[in-house]
Design a protein around this ligand. Structure first.
Ligand code: ADP
Length: 575
């Protein structure tokens, strides 16, 4: 921390130099593919195909964010702690630190997952070699809590100006509470990407051969250790018997073994703890299909488990376990409700030949990334900005795409409102909640088609979220905040004049977060602590002018527009 502070906290190179350094790092990463592949296979159990995808994504992050640097118009926040997971030890590590924090000019304390410290070390070496100063990027390999000094580097020290985190929802909540405990005056942001309970629906018009291949890729590639991976497949009753027979046959063809062998489809799971937890989960359940595991190693064989629906899934099981449910055509909306009800919102897959159905499902589902007639993994930087909502993360903004992920790594515009003279400090014991609804016209705010290969539609839509912001003033500032929410593109605002902080826990309508412009940091801390004590999604305290990325939801739709075949007879019947 002191080294970072001694280096003036931020990376003071001019924007052009920062872009040049990140592009140079991208070149170095590419020429370094041999050592990276060897480390990815040995330390993280990645197959060669996954190694290639991983390096591609890391390089794309570097070049993409370098290209966005000229759009930044505000200074960096200061020191960011970036905590990354083992499942994308190069791509997410690089995306967070180089892509987000360094591109914006922050100093970075990088804490990679304990399982994949060597890969992180190799990446940090190349970033330094490319020209990132050593004191601007410091690598802190090691186990979670001890390495971050209990909570020192996640907000326990007021000199930390922000945290970027990818990992489990539980750890994100622990970090959030630590940040709330010791919050510094500028309300450092927590940018978190967490887990999902991702579903796919295959209806009776789909082409089974194609859907089966996409189920296999979505569930079992990387041994299911992707946050985007398919966890719960819904197959329409009318085709389920034949479909499951085909799935079983296809699963039997998967080759599991040494990831360094080019014919291997999936390798082991990450470590003994993961192995025991996943094996224990599968034991005693109604298994539809289970391949035989190879001898030795921490291999969990690809497994399909029969369930009634997504509500049978107790938690995210981070391995090659697919849950399969059947549904009746007339129950489609109930299935959608069940998926939404679980509160995660990361990826979703749909196989259908009915255009209206694509529209209907896309309108109803609250997920960040929806994929139609293809698999639901492997988001491409610049084409498929990636990130979830609800329990799946604090986005928008999504990583790897417009509008501006980098904004969150910059200081906010900070209007300061004085508390009205009769209440110099917000009275947090008085229960008077003035409710006023500001409801903008519902509907799509913007739609943008992003570049991608021919035959693929990549559409990013921003729209008002269903749930409102709480505007807490102080005093009349609440009116201005509500107007600012509206000006930023929508959402709803609820005005609260005086509100006991502990009541925040009980106001379920606050889905967006809280806006507070008081100069009084004690109150700000109370608000953040109350927000952190709430179960469920992580909600922000906004101490500046709310921007579009604070108040809008962001959804990405990716469609394989070349998909053909399927049951044309049913199509005609449906029309
Ligand atoms: P996973 O289950 O995928 O290992 P975790 O959320 O445990 O997910 O880990 C993701 C990252 O968070 C890792 O770098 C890990 O070391 C780190 N981590 C775990 N616990 C904490 C904590 N209490 N504070 C800060 N970082 C943590």
């Amino acid at each position: 921390m002191e080294t970072a502070l001694a280096a003036a906290t931020r990376w003071d190179a001019d924007p052009a130099t920062r872009a040049e350094v990140l592009n140079k790092a991208a070149d170095l990463y590419e020429t370094h593919l041999g050592p990276f592949f060897a480390l990815l296979a040995r330390e993280a159990g990645k197959t060669l195909m996954d190694c290639q995808g991983e390096l591609r994504e890391a390089v794309d992050f570097l070049r993409y964010y370098a290209s966005r640097i000229p759009t930044l118009d505000r200074p960096a926040r200061g020191i960011f702690t970036c905590i990354s997971p083992w499942n994308f030890p190069l791509a997410i590590f690089t995306g967070q630190i180089a892509g987000g924090a360094l591109a914006a000019g922050n100093g970075v304390l990088a804490k990679p997952a304990e399982q994949t410290g060597l890969i992180a070390c190799e990446a940090a070496k190349l970033l330094h070699q490319a020209g990132v100063p050593r004191e601007v990027l410091q690598l802190l390999p090691g186990d979670g809590p001890p390495t971050v000094g209990g909570a020192a580097l996640t907000g326990g020290d007021a000199r930390v100006n922000g945290v970027a985190f990818t990992g489990s929802t539980e750890t994100a909540q622990i970090i959030r509470r630590a940040m709330a405990e010791h919050m510094s005056p500028d309300a450092p942001p927590l940018i978190a990407e967490t887990g999902g309970l991702n579903a796919m629906i295959v209806d009776s018009t789909a082409l089974p051969e194609q859907a089966v291949a996409d189920v296999l890729a979505s569930s079992f590639q990387s041994a299911g250790q992707r946050c985007s991976a398919l966890r719960c497949l819904y197959v329409q009753d009318d085709i389920a018997d034949g479909f499951l027979e085909m799935l079983k046959g296809a699963m039997a063809e998967l080759k599991q073994g040494d990831p360094w062998d080019i014919s291997t489809d999936l390798g082991p799971v990450i470590d003994q703890e993961a192995f025991e937890s996943i094996a224990g989960y599968a034991a005693g359940r109604e298994v539809l299909v289970a391949n035989a595991a190879p001898n030795g190693g921490k291999f969990i064989p690809p497994t399909a488990i029969s369930v009634k629906g997504i509500n049978d899934l107790e938690r995210e099981v981070f391995g090659p376990i697919l849950h399969v449910a059947r549904f009746k055509a007339e129950d489609l909306d109930r299935v959608i409700d069940d998926i939404n009800w679980r509160g995660y919102g990361l990826t979703f897959g749909l196989h259908t030949r009915i255009d209206d159905r694509v529209q209907h499902v896309a309108d109803q589902l609250q997920v960040g990334n929806m994929y139609v007639n293809r698999n639901q993994i492997g988001a491409v930087v610049g084409s498929q900005p990636f990130g979830g909502e609800g329990l799946s993360g604090t986005g928008p903004p999504k990583a790897g795409g417009p509008p501006d992920y980098l904004n969150r790594f910059c200081v906010d515009d900070r209007p300061r409102a004085e508390a009205p003279p009769d209440s110099p400090r917000m009275d947090l014991t008085d229960v008077t909640v003035a409710l006023a609804q500001v409801t903008p016209p519902p509907g799509v705010v913007t739609t943008q088609d992003l570049p991608g290969p021919t035959g693929e539609l990549n559409r990013l839509t921003t729209l008002p979220p269903r749930q409102p912001f709480l505007c807490m003033g102080p005093g009349n500032a609440a009116q201005d905040q509500a107007k600012a929410v509206e000006a930023a593109g929508g959402g709803q605002a609820v005005l609260a004049d005086r509100l006991p902080a502990h009541h925040l826990e009980n106001i379920h309508e606050i889905g967006g977060g809280v806006i507070w412009w008081g100069g009084d940091d004690g109150t700000a801390r109370e608000i953040v602590q109350a927000l952190a004590a709430r179960p469920g999604a992580i909600l922000p305290l906004v101490t500046g002018t709310p921007r579009a990325d604070h108040v809008l939801a962001e959804r990405h739709l990716c469609v394989d527009t070349t998909a053909s075949g399927g049951n044309a007879e049913l199509l005609a019947a449906n029309a």
